[in-house]
Every structure is written in structure tokens, then in C-alpha cells.
Design a protein around this ligand. Sequence first.
Ligand code: SIN
Length: 481
Amino acid sequence: MQKNNLIKTEAYVNGKWVNAGTGKTFDVNNPATGELIASIPDMNREDVRQAIDAANDAWPAYRSLTAYQRATLLKKWYALILEHKEDLATLMTLECGKVLQESLGEVEYGASFVEWFAEEARRTYGDVIPAPSNDKRIVVIKQSIGVVAALTPWNFPLAMITRKVGPALAAGSPVIVKPPSETPLTGLALAYLAEKAGFPPGVYNTVTTTDSSEVGKELCENRKVRKLSFTGSTQVGKILMSQCSSTLKKLSLELGGNAPFIVFDDADVDAAVIGAIISPFRNSGQTCVCVNRFFAQDKVYEEFVAKLSSAVAALKVGNGLDQGVQVGPLISTKGLNKVKQHVEDAVAKGAVLTEGGKEMGGLFYQPTVLADATADMVIAQEEVFGPVAPVFRFSTEEEVIKMANDTEYGLASYFYTKDVSRCWRVAEALECGMVGINEGLISNAVAPFGGVKESGVGREGSKYGMDYFMEIKYLCFGGIK
Ligand code: SIN
């Protein structure tokens, strides 16, 4: 790290760096080495209530700033994030294990949401609607929704914060960020840079805790929080949704996926292998849009499996800070065990290991390819969240669309073909929120990110993203002569 002041060991509430009311702390460890990085406040429900009160008190003044003033604050924050790119990336790699090159990419990706929403802040246009009678005028305005709670995951410690907080701050809403206990330090560093950017006290708050369920409950049930945005598992998303029902809170949920990646007979197989390498092994397979299931058509099946296996064999695994490493550790023993169980189950049911399939000590697992995967394997239905690529065989377009859609999830899908008509047919038939067509990397700030079915509710990023942080108000002017 070039500047140690980015490592904050206190939470940030109402413009002050604070400890937990109880004085309790918890440790943040490096998943690549097990070493302690820092100890930070383990806050409880009462601490969070104070943060909510501060945010709510800050709301009237903040929403009264002009869009231009809010955009200027966001632009300053954006510049500071980029100025500290190397340190933020190092911190991220230290606490989540992601390889440094990917962490650097995430800083840019995360910053791009701040820049995008700084620009969008000035475009929250309303409407004038032709009235049903001449003595009336109908106008629609968009207003800040109020205090926003952002519950973010460990797999993208920076970008999932900015993707939620960017539009909230742009819309005039104060935020309470609750980063995960595995990777809170990047979140605290972002809070420090937000403070430096000049957001008024109470507008940007970050609380840290190991008691996600109690703190989550407060964020869901407190009336002063008007919107909750969560990225994480479908299981937790469902709990939050039911807890939010007590206050009918607005929700955005970006949840699990079970992404199919289809290689048709007419595909450019080499291009498909490049896309295939990017997607399931990004962040060691720990992203919601990672490919979980590969489907290759009969004629290209063997070629695809062979080329994918040799590309996977060439991936370098290790500590994300080391030069040339492409795949880092898994985040936890629980995550590692899940990967092991999925692979063992698949092999027991007839899958053939063509590459990998072994633990490498610590939290490391070999990037793995499983040929001859079938629908009865656990890996076909459950997100593995690890560096494993099962390959299923199919014969017809109709059959593979059924196989791809045979899941409760619907986040991302990918397919490779050279046939333009098939591009449209398949893209329209896949039940998901995002489709990569001859492309394995689809995430960016200008496009709407989100899923259908049990993959979530709402969209983040893009011109649609602001709407989820604003309320529409209709004004009816009467008595017009
Ligand atoms: C996620 O895994 O939740 C986000 C992935 C992305 O933004 O690309």
C-alpha cells in the first residue's frame, strides 16, 4: 500500500469515525495466507439505528442541493477513487483474494458507476402529460426516495457499493452501507474517500458487523429506511424481502444465478473458449454472472472440451498479489467445501474430470473441467461459486433452450453462434435478465444489470438504474383559466 491512511479501522457514521457502542471488534483476515489484516468495530442494532437517524436527519438538506451540486460531489469522489486505484486494488486483493489485475479492473469498473450516475443526476427529468380537461395541467416530477440501505457482498467489495450508492447519492438520498464481514476494509476506504470528496455529515455512512442478521433486520424494519438494495444469495434475499414487508420498503435484489453458456455447432469455438475462460474463472468463479453450466452441441462437443481443458490447465493459481497469477483462493472453508462436494457428486454420477479436480492447500482449488455432465448432478441446479466448468452435451436448439431454462434462476446467459437469426431466437427464448451473444464479459455501467425469476428484482446501472432510487410524484394543477 502506498498510503496507509486508506486502511480505516473504525466505522463511519454522521461524518465521524466511530467504534461499536459495546467496544467489540472483529478480525479481517487474508484468505490467501490466513494473516490478520485489521480488527474493526462489530456493531449492533443500536449502532445501526444511530446511523439511520443521522442519515434521515441529513436527508432534507442533501436532497435540497441542486443536481449539479450532487453531481460535483460524485465527480470528486470518482476522481479520488481513481487517484487511489492501486491502493484500493491492493486492499481488495488482501481481503478477498481476487487477483490484483482483476482488483485493478474492479476499481475502474466501480468508479465508472460513480461517474455514470454523476452524469445521470442532471437528467432525472420529469414529464408534462396532456390533461383530460382544459382547466388542468399534469406534471410528473421525480424525487429522492429517502434513506437507502446498501447491503453488499464480498465478491465485489468495491463495485457493488458504488453501483448502489452512486444512484442513491445522485438522486439525493443519504446512504447506509453495510459491507460484508469478510471484506469491510474496501468499503471503509470508500467511505474515507467520500468524506474527502465533501459529502455532508450523515449523507454517507458505513457500518461494520458480524451480526448481519440483527443489523439487517434493523435496516429492513426501520421506517426511516425507505429503500434497501442487496446483492447476495437468493436465500438471504428472500429473508430480506419478507422482513421488508413490515414497512413495505422498496427493494432491489441482485441474487444468485445459474448461468448457461451455449456453444452451437456453427460457433467460432476458439472465440467461445476465450469467452469461456473469462466467465467461470473470473474471481475464482465467485461472481453471480459466472458461467455455471456449459452446453456444447454434438459436432463441437469434443473440440470444445479439449480446447477448454487445455486453456484451463494453463491458468496460474496463487496469491492474488503475485505476478502472473490468474486464479486466487476461495473466500472461505465453507466455499471450498461446497466446490469439493459439487465435484465429488458430479464424478460419482458419471462426470469425467478432464482438468483439475483437486485441492491445492489452504483455500485454493484447481480450476476444473468436468465433461459428460448431466441434469441429475447437484452442479446442474446449484450455483457452485468456484472455479469449476461442467460441460453438458446437446443435439438441438430446442433441447438446449429447455435445458438452459431448467433452473429457478435467471440472471445471465451466454451463447456462441454465427447465425444471426439464431442470435435473436435464442436471446429472446432464454429466461434471464442479461445475455452475452458471442461475448463472455457483459458487465458495465451503461447497461442494466439484474435478473428474472429467483435471481432478483430491479436493475442496477444504466439509465434505468436511477429510477429505483427515486419516487414519481404527480402534480395536478387545477383551475387554470
Ligand atoms: C456479482 O457477481 O454480483 C456482480 C458481477 C458483476 O457486476 O459483473
